[in-house]
Design a protein around this ligand. Structure first.
Ligand code: PGA
Length: 251
């Protein structure tokens, strides 16, 4: 049985003090028992990681970063290394989010290096993939997503693959209020699972967690989570309100 996984992606929102306030509210509303059957995580800005970690101590809510460099240290101005995330005690790191690919030139090759480094440093990656509207209109979505996945997973062994969470986020549904229909979302998540089965094996493809992301909210989460191949959600906008995020975790 795959355990559902709801992760909030705060993106570039919340200063340290705002993060403290939000995570305190989330902690108040989410009992440890709420996170027994569902994994929950908040992926917060780098500047807030340490303070949020302190507040989450003793809860079942996990902590995630939104990006990392693959090297442990060096001349990479502005970057954050896996060792820095390790010292904070980060559980997850979002890798290859479409906004990083679109605005910061992140390539499949970088994504692959980051995935390998995250796993080597015991940080569980949330690998994001997804097509643009134009690609979907040209019916290229499966080709695009398969290519993103196979490039990202180059040289990643089966035992490492088990640790990777995949988030399918159609770019046209992110922050737009447009969700893919549940059929569209589930059909792509099934296709991703099939792709993993072809590259690895059935055992691994049945084990891995595949999230859907793109305008997930309290009023559509139940339907989305009811789909056979969708095991969780990566949530932007609705994760910025304690009430909404809590409702998502308790779907
Ligand atoms: P959204 O963002 O929920 O605001 O659409 C999802 C994401 O980009 O991870």
């Amino acid at each position: 049985m795959r355990k559902p996984f709801i992760a909030g992606n705060w993106k570039m929102n919340n200063t340290i003090s705002q993060s403290i306030e939000l995570v305190r509210e989330i902690k108040e509303k989410l009992k440890n028992s709420d996170c027994e059957e569902v994994d929950a995580a908040v992926c917060v800005p780098a500047t807030s990681l340490l303070e949020v970690k302190k507040i989450l101590e003793g809860t079942n809510i996990k902590l995630g970063a939104q990006n990392m460099h693959w090297e442990e240290s060096g001349a990479f101005t502005g970057e954050i290394s896996p060792l820095m995330l390790n010292e904070i005690g980060v559980d997850y790191c979002i890798i290859g989010h479409s906004e990083r690919r679109q605005y910061f030139g992140e390539t499949d090759e970088n994504v692959n290096k980051k995935l390998i480094s995250a796993i080597d440093h015991n940080i569980q990656p949330i690998l994001c993939v997804g097509e643009t509207l134009e690609q979907r209109e040209r019916e290229q979505e499966e080709f695009i997503v398969k290519r993103q996945i196979l490039n990202a997973l180059e040289n990643i062994s089966a035992s490492h693959m088990e640790k990777i969470v995949i988030a399918y986020e159609p770019i046209w549904a992110i922050g737009t209020g447009k969700t893919a229909t549940t059929e569209e979302a589930n059909s792509m998540c099934s296709f991703i699972r099939k792709t993993i089965e072809e590259k690895y094996n059935n055992d691994i493809s049945e084990k891995i967690i595949i999230q859907y992301g793109g305008s997930v909210k309290p009023d559509n989460v139940e339907e989305i989570m009811g789909q056979k191949d969708i095991d969780g959600a990566l949530v932007g906008g609705a994760s910025l309100k304690a009430d909404d995020f809590t409702k998502l975790v308790k779907f």
